[in-house]
Design a protein around this ligand. Sequence first.
Ligand code: ADP
Ligand code: MG
Length: 747
Amino acid sequence: MTPDSPVATVFGRSTTKRKAVEDGLGLRTVGELLHHFPRRYVRTTELSEDVTPEEGEMVTVVGEVASSQLKTFTNRRTNKPGHRVEVRVVTQGPEFTATWFLPHRTMAEREQARMAVGSRGLFSGKVQRFNSRWQLAQPHVVIFGRGDGEGGPDETLAASLKGLMPVYPLTAKLYSWDLQKTVAVALDLVSGVEEELPEEVRGRHDLPDVMTALRWIHAPDDMDQVHAARRRFRFAEALVLQLVLARRRAAQRSLGAQARTGGQGRLLEHFDARLPFDLTAGQRKVGAVLEAELARPHPMNRLLQGEVGSGKTVVALRAMLRVVDSGGQAVLLAPTEVLAQQHHRSITAMLGDLAGGGMLGGAEDATRVTLLTGSMGRAQRQAAMLDIATGEAGIVVGTHALLEDEVTFFDLGLVVVDEQHRFGVEQRSALTGKASSPPHVLVMTATPIPRTVAMTVFGDLETSVLRELPAGRAPIATHVAPLAEQPHWEERVWQRVAEEVAAGHQAYVVCPRIVGDEQEVGESDAPADPDSGAEGAAPRAPAQPLTAVEDLAPQLRAGPLAGVRVEVLHGRLSPEEKDTVMRRFAAGEVDVLVATTVIEVGVDVANATTIVVMDADRFGISQLHQLRGRVGRGGLPGLCLLVTRAEAQTPARERLAAVAATTDGFELSRVDLEQRREGDVLGADQSGFRSSLVTLRVLRDERTIVAAREEAERLLEADPDLAAAPVLAQRVTQIEASASSDYLEKA
Ligand code: ADP
Ligand code: MG
């Protein structure tokens, strides 16, 4: 038997179980079966003793069935018979009554038989105090034998139990011991399991070999073995991933790129001279790094991450000017039309006559800043594309429309991707492919991300961080307005907004919907964003429709904000309408902007001091942090009000409380990541690696990831093709092949 043998080899004729393993768990080969690891382990030798049940908490206990009853009753509502299995479970500590309700007599009988008196097992469920007894309603149960050592599900199982029972992720028609038994057989008979970690690597990191680790994880003597085995599998996984990334970095480094040294151009110099503020120390430092990398004959590949409002745009713009000074073009890719328009407006404004290239009144050295978005008119688009193709435009700003085939550049030297979370690797490469030789690339994240996420998701990039905010930033106070308990807060929210407006300031009001049932899904030329809206949100009764921009704005004008200039902004407006509204808001001609998440990223109006987020529980943590970053920009204290109808003590409310508790984006992204499934964060879109992360968790396994990265660099340095570690090399090429085929499929 080898790891490639079908699972049927170990299941023999038991077809139901084989099918459960194949179809339910998706395990087809013995190798896959061996890599289906227990989720946890319980001690079977003793009944639990140190249990202190608490009302409403989940408990998991090892207990013995002391008595068992089957009762039939009539359901008062449906008038049909129902069946209840009631079992008394004793432990060394408290005693529990476990009950299951079953619709059919045969099912009930089967359950009762499974939990015959004397059976010992693991009971796991929510406890309640009822009639001065502890109750477990419909607990999940794994029976692993009889307390007297007789019978049980399987005698070989009992014999193979070494005091620790592995609990596997299960599927219907399969009990934990089925897996345990089969895995035990497979472990005995399998041969040819390949060791991917070279001995010296195992030695350096004190890791067991693969067969030992498999035995330790499936049939451990003690938890130390489990931990050592887990450490090995995580390390191996991290190492393969880091090898792939390190090889990508090396491949990038070996490519030739045009060095952009600035040449004779003086745009950057002029720009710096007229900047109305001093750059922060961080901005200067990152600026110097970018300048040095642009001047090298290899492509720069850098991730710039920074707190919301830390001033990433200026840093990017300075690099772009450097490239224009060198005779090349630079492009800035933005995720939304509103943001692209704003970048275009603010870059043009910051450059002043330096942006008047080819026009009367333009400065010497001036360049042209050209906007290209998907919903521009045909003629405008043609003109923009001509500017880009002829090199007339030194700086190009746009949305996804830039990725289209018909867009060609004269000499693309630098690609800047703003708010990377909305784009994937393949979009990055669609743009870099437009340069005749590999361009320099700068990627900017919307919100800070933990170091290990940067090292995995963006592991093919070098990272820079802007930690400080520009001086004079005022703090932002965040409050949750919990309408479930405090309905009168709603009135208070609008009062606060009115007060801010009376003081000469402006406010945003963000709603999850545009009108009635229609949700904002991004803009006309952006793909639907799975991140926007309701990620992780609790289902809501239809009786409480979500707040919509087009409903709320007239209500505000008619009621609490009468006399205040209230306007709307959302994805259904035409690009001209959006642009006009944003311009008027930026110019102070609009007091309150009722909008969808189109304002989520990047929008920058210094006089806006307040942001109200309606149905805030519908938004994710990093989205709320981004939204909040719209205020507190102009030296005026910011106020963020998170209005929610979610009940207290729900996960949604915890999320809001977390956002209210800190304005540290690094901290929040950690919380965010902990709450979400990591697969969502490590989206295949962004990394191409989702499939390869099995046991590794980017937050928990920081040390492993860092160690693996160092090991990967070390191995490749000595042996770039991993000739001395053929199994490892094969794992790496497998991922490289699947990642590049993913690309091709999407392109
Ligand atoms: P983000 O990093 O979130 O993209 P922005 O680049 O939009 O932040 O910058 C936020 C605001 O801060 C902009 O209005 C920008 O002009 C301003 N800004 C950038 N750098 C500085 C600085 N060194 N001093 C003062 N204001 C700055
Ligand atoms: Mg920005």
